[in-house]
Design a protein around this ligand. Structure first.
Ligand code: PEP
Length: 258
């Protein structure tokens, strides 16, 4: 399948930002702006789980889908403060991010735990957005492929080929997240091609591969034109409706229907 046949996917990761009133304005603006996008550009927002019901009520009937930024590795039980994947399903969600570098770093999530969470998300009928990425030190040591390949392999080892085909994978170099310093289009494409080959070996060549790390309206189109970049996972810029919609429009400019 070609880059164009796969269409484009742009997902916002709000992280721990937002309050009821500000969310309402942002969700309404994104829902309205997304109505003007071609059908082969899909848009989603991953909100703090507390605001899932709000996202559901304000996005229902719009082309925008919603999800969360993490789930528990367990389906239920005595895990104070955790949110289970089936609970997320109750709110009509589509996506759950797993393995974001902030969770790997600040919550010491291992590659194995990320793989278990991926399984829970799949079992709940949701689409996992599996994040992988190397630190600056790892890149400079020449171990980018070893790091991202290892993170992805841990997930692929725990899922069937059919399940692998239901994944979304996001390449997010840790050094580019929230720093304003994006990977160049060529750097990102090289890692995406590597990840695509790994997925193809599992029979899942066509999963959407998103790039994340300081995507902005100014650099989105060049990134999205790369052969193996199927869209973006957007942090900071997803909190500003105009910027997020401009990135969605950049995706449309690189899609077949756009
Ligand atoms: C992210 O955290 O997923 C991300 C890509 O952040 P930013 O766009 O702010 O770099």
């Amino acid at each position: 399948m070609s880059n164009q046949q796969r269409g484009k996917l742009v997902v916002g990761n709000w992280k721990m930002h937002g309050r009821l009133a500000a969310n309402a304005a942002l969700l309404q603006a994104v829902a309205q702006g997304s109505g003007e996008l071609p059908a082969d550009v899909r848009v989603g927002v991953c909100v703090p789980s507390l605001y899932l019901a709000q996202a559901q009520s304000l996005l229902k009937g719009s082309p925008v889908v919603w999800g969360v930024q993490d789930v528990s590795a367990f389906t239920h039980g005595a895990y104070t403060g955790e949110v289970a994947a089936p609970m997320v399903t109750d709110f009509g969600a589509t996506f759950a991010i797993v393995g974001h570098s902030e969770r790997r770093a600040y919550h010491r999530e291992s590659a194995e735990l990320v793989a278990v969470k991926t399984q829970r998300v799949l079992e709940a009928g949701l689409t996992p957005i599996v994040c992988v990425g190397e630190t600056l030190e790892e890149r400079e040591a020449g171990s980018t492929e070893q790091v991202v390949g290892g993170q992805l392999d841990e997930v692929l080892a725990k899922v069937s080929a059919q399940e692998a085909a239901r994944l979304v994978v996001a390449y997010e170099p840790v050094w580019a997240i929230g720093t304003g310093k994006s990977a160049s289009a060529a750097q990102a494409q090289a890692v995406h091609a590597f990840l695509r080959a790994r997925l193809a070996a599992k029979g899942a060549a066509d999963v959407p591969l998103l790039y994340g790390g300081s995507v902005k309206p100014e650099n989105a189109e060049e990134l999205f034109r790369q052969l193996d970049i199927d869209g973006g996972l957007i942090g900071g810029a997803s909190l500003k409706d105009q910027d997020f919609l401009a990135i969605c429009k950049a995706a449309a400019a690189t899609s077949v229907a756009g």
